[in-house]
Write a protein that binds this ligand. Structure first.
Ligand code: FES
Length: 168
């Protein structure tokens, strides 16, 4: 019969003893601390904290015994990873060719103005993060805007206010 209990390797227990409960909760899932655990660990930490802080990347570097540069390189390479705190609502404006041709740049500018942002990023109250992203794979309904897990096609500047007001 297989024992489903996780065995934490003795050397790794010492490594995590000083970490916060949230970090420990993630790291105990990867007791062997192998390099192949890097992406799942980063994903779990982001789920826990909402983003990957430099401090937490250093912890991962120590835990996996991998150079910090490599951890940062992987975290920076994948779009799914956020290196800065994000807002409660994430708005994605497609910058793909079809959406650009249908005026997504004007929608992006309008959103920046409504959210009082100089560029893409997070509002001071952390309610919104505005991102400009590559093709969202719904080109036939361009221009496309994503908010959290929902996507809206044939989006217009007039839809912006409704979108913002519907967000908690
Ligand atoms: S270019 Fe925007 S969805 Fe493809």
């Amino acid at each position: 019969m297989k024992n489903s209990k996780r065995i934490l390797y003795p050397g790794n227990i010492n490594k995590i003893s000083n970490y916060s409960a949230e970090i420990k909760k993630v790291l105990v899932k990867y007791p062997q601390a192998k390099a192949r655990n890097l992406i799942p660990i980063l994903r779990d930490i982001q789920n826990e904290f909402g983003y990957l802080s430099r401090e937490n990347l250093i912890i991962v570097s120590n835990y996996l015994n991998l150079p910090f540069k490599r951890i940062l390189g992987v975290a920076s390479f994948y779009n799914q990873f956020k290196l800065k705190p994000v807002g409660k609502n994430i708005i994605k404006v497609c910058r793909g060719r079809a959406c650009h041709a249908k005026g997504s740049d004007k929608i992006l500018e309008h959103l920046k103005s409504v959210l009082n942002l100089q560029n893409t990023g997070t509002t001071e109250d952390r309610k919104f993060t505005l991102e400009s992203v590559a093709c969202l794979k719904a080109c036939s309904t361009a221009p496309v805007i994503g908010i959290n897990d929902e996507f809206f096609g044939r989006f217009t500047i007039q839809d912006v206010d409704r979108l913002i007001n519907n967000c908690e």
